[in-house]
Design a protein around this ligand. Structure first.
Ligand code: SF4
Length: 741
């Protein structure tokens, strides 16, 4: 009989990096609990942690490579799968050009050490500029703002939540997410601590979220108008002489020029558009500025709106103008043991635009909202091949139905994924990597976004099954074949680096970066943080609270914060047009997203314990709004946009702003050719069937998922003698009459 063992590691299912303690007997997991000795999470876990077991034991998880044949999927050995994958992608590239094969990397990649350390090898081998990731349906504005202001796309400051006395939150729900672009496990405890020191938490959100329910104050805001409120707040700061950048002024030029841009945005002017009264805006500014330690933070709800980039920029401006950047209790930079910025490109803006719609690119990436049209619209450089890695864009990107159609048209597709889902079903070859518990884990990305500096490295809990491959091993095998197919001479130095990386695995590069990081001893092997020393601390090490690092750590060579006012303030013209020069259509409702504690995007739906119980894929609607459209409790509702619709159960609640509705994202599994038994049985609907790929933040190219106009019709409701049921074409119904009920 195998002996009972205990393994410590960080949960990698979301950004929070909670320490977990896994007890197992051989390959049988006995329990997954919070690790009380983890210096960061101190025993906290959310319900998702135990689903790591479900993921490991999931009979639907693919463990062998598969090739699609005329008679269906066929398991093959690895060499055969790699050869077929590389040959198929190379053939498309040789016939039509390098960039006609695109890549899409999903969100789980940033939670995967091997993916982060060796992902660039695969991208370099593919040699295609048609790159897409989940970034442009999520946090792209954060990267662009950081690139402009501080000089590096990953130099993103986070709220020093453990020392702040005033936490002003725009469009974020950390009680459910446990922090996003702010790794902070057990947020409830951190909120309690703020309140215990007589601090305040103020939430601005169109929904009274789980976070708002625990806050000291909450204000409804009309979706998509955050930029107006933020401009008005800055206007008040100037008018009421509250600008106090402090020492930031000595390395930030252009602060005096800001006032001219914000002058038109008086609280009175923005009040009716945002839904927040002028007095309330002034009082918010007064309270924020009066606190010595305060921070303004915005997340997903802000990033995925029509003015997402401008709004994230204005949030950063508020922190700078009030001296809350790089100061205790404000917005601070981390000092991670693994210096990820030193290993990655700072980013760049270029004139390169998407082929069909001309949307901007950032760094090497194009907005994912354009992927379907780049496949569907004929022309030179039309995308004909695709490589996806751990992503399900059919469910997670706008107008997923269109992308679903586009994927069927590809000449060849390869997916590195251990699920046969709505996206990978279209692949010709699937290459499944090991599950999270079968691989080592060091959080490369989220340590650099955490509200405290800590570090932890864990080896795999379980040895992979014989013949199974890590993600990074798949990358190397595929890369070798892609490079060989091009028949070009690879420089010896490059060959040597690839050879060493492949042979040595992950631990050597991680050790190297740790030794040369802020806590390492460099070449002095007796000093500092090394991988060996980290392995001796299975609960992880505490490296202290966030520290002031500016101006010396600014990436810009001149050690200045660059405001790039001209770039951002040019967007005010678009803002004016959207809110002051265009009549609002009162017949539509504004759709926003939401997430709950037991799901994470589209990933965790094949764990029964996470999806069972009460249906959570519902639409939230305010009672007054429900009355207006004749909706009664327990009724289904048809939600329509652009000729597409979904039907789902309505929940009538006053936690949502009147005129706004909310549908969670990540649901909608259940396509015929997928193998997700649990998820398909608890499918729900995909909100991205009615989001719009043409609705983007034009400044960044980020998708707009909040503030999407939709039309609602209760199913089986009678409208002017016309019985509306699921098959009715909602777009042809008399809208005003529907709403006049
Ligand atoms: S919050 Fe939950 S899913 Fe996220 S790391 Fe912690 S336990 Fe894992």
């Amino acid at each position: 009989m195998a002996k009972v063992e205990t393994h410590y590691r960080a949960c990698n299912l979301c950004e929070a990096m909670c320490g977990i303690k896994i007890t197992h007997e051989g390959k049988q997991i006995l329990s997954i609990k919070g690790d009380e000795n983890d210096p960061f999470s101190q025993g906290y876990i959310c319900p998702k942690a135990t689903a790591l077991q479900d993921l490991y034991e999931d009979p639907d998880r693919l463990t062998k490579p598969m090739i699609k044949t005329a008679s269906g999927w066929q398991e093959v050995d690895w060499p055969q799968a790699f050869d077929a994958a590389a040959a198929g992608l190379s053939k498309v590239q040789q016939q039509y050009g390098q960039d006609t094969v695109a890549s899409y990397f999903g969100n789980p990649n940033v939670h995967n050490t091997g993916g982060m350390v060796f992902g660039s090898f695969l991208m370099n081998a593919l040699k295609s500029k048609s790159r897409y990731t989940a970034t442009s349906v999520d946090q792209l504005p954060h990267h662009i703002v950081s690139y402009h202001l501080f000089g590096h796309q990953l130099q993103i400051p986070v709220p020093d939540i453990d020392r702040t006395d005033f936490f002003l939150v725009f469009g974020a729900n950390p009680v459910v997410s446990n922090g996003s672009i702010m790794t902070a496990p057990n947020i409830k405890q951190r909120f309690k601590a703020i309140k215990a020191r007589s601090g305040k938490i103020v939430v601005i959100d169109p929904r009274k979220t789980e976070t708002a329910a625990l806050a000291t104050e909450h204000h409804f805001i009309r979706p998509g108008t955050d930029a107006l409120l933020l401009l008005a707040m800055i206007q008040v700061m100037f008018v009421e002489d509250k600008i106090r950048p402090g020492r930031l002024a000595s390395f930030t030029s252009g602060l005096d020029e800001i006032q001219q841009y914000v002058t038109p945005y008086t609280p009175e002017r923005v009040a009716s558009v945002t839904g927040i009264a002028a007095d309330q805006i002034r009082s918010l500014v007064n309270e924020f500025c009066a606190e010595r330690r305060a921070v303004c933070y915005g997340r997903m709800g802000v990033s995925v709106q029509q003015f997402g980039l401008l709004s994230q920029y204005l949030i950063m401006l508020i922190n700078i103008l009030t001296g809350r950047l790089d100061t205790e209790g404000g917005m601070m930079f981390t000092t991670p043991a693994f210096n990820v910025m030193g290993q990655t490109s700072p980013g760049y803006m270029s004139d390169r635009r998407s082929r069909v719609r001309g949307l901007p690119s950032f760094s090497s990436e194009l907005p994912v909202s354009t992927l379907a049209e780049e496949i569907l619209v004929p022309g030179e450089q039309q995308i004909r091949g695709l490589l996806t890695v751990a992503g399900n864009p059919v469910l997670s990107t706008p107008n997923g139905a269109q992308l679903n159609k586009a994927l069927q048209q590809l000449d060849f597709m390869v997916s590195v994924d251990f699920y046969l889902n709505e996206t990978t079903q279209h692949a010709d070859v699937i290459l499944p990597p090991v599950s999270p518990l079968e691989r080592e884990h060091f959080d490369v990305i989220f340590n650099s976004l955490a509200v405290r500096n800590t570090a932890k490295y864990a080896r795999a809990v379980f040895a992979p099954e014989p013949g199974a491959k890590h993600d990074w091993q798949i990358y190397f095998e595929l890369s070798k074949r892609l490079v060989a197919a091009r028949d070009v001479k690879v420089p010896l130095s490059k060959k040597l680096v690839s050879f060493l990386a492949e042979k040595m695995g992950l631990e050597l590069p991680i050790d190297f970066v740790l030794r040369n990081g802020p806590y390492g001893g460099g070449w002095n092997i007796f000093k500092g943080l090394t991988l060996k020393r980290l392995l001796q601390q299975p609960h992880g090490v505490d490296l202290g609270p966030l520290k002031s690092t500016l101006p010396q750590n600014l990436t810009h060579k001149d050690k200045q914060i660059h405001l790039h006012l001209a770039f951002y303030m040019a967007d005010l013209k678009r803002l004016e047009e959207a809110f002051f020069q265009t009549a609002s259509d009162d017949s539509v409702s504004l759709l926003i997203g939401r997430r709950d504690l037991r799901t994470n995007n589209s990933w965790m739906h094949n764990s029964k314990r996470l999806v069972k119980g009460k249906q959570r894929c519902t639409i939230l609607i305010h009672p007054e709004h429900a009355l207006r459209i004749g909706l009664v409790p327990g009724q289904q509702i048809k939600v329509s946009n652009g000729g597409r619709h979904i039907t789902l159960l309505a929940e009538i609640t006053d936690t949502i702003m009147p005129g706004v509705v909310s549908i969670p994202h990540g649901w909608g599994h259940g396509a015929d050719n997928t193998k997700l038994s649990v998820a398909n049985a608890h499918a729900g609907v995909s909100v991205n069937d009615i989001t719009d790929e043409n609705r983007v933040d034009e400044l960044s190219g980020n998708a707009v998922l909040n503030g999407v106009p939709v039309v609602l019709v209760p199913v089986e409701a009678e409208v002017d003698g016309l019985v509306v049921n699921e098959s009715a074409n909602v777009d042809e119904l008399p809208r005003q009459k529907v709403y006049a009920k």
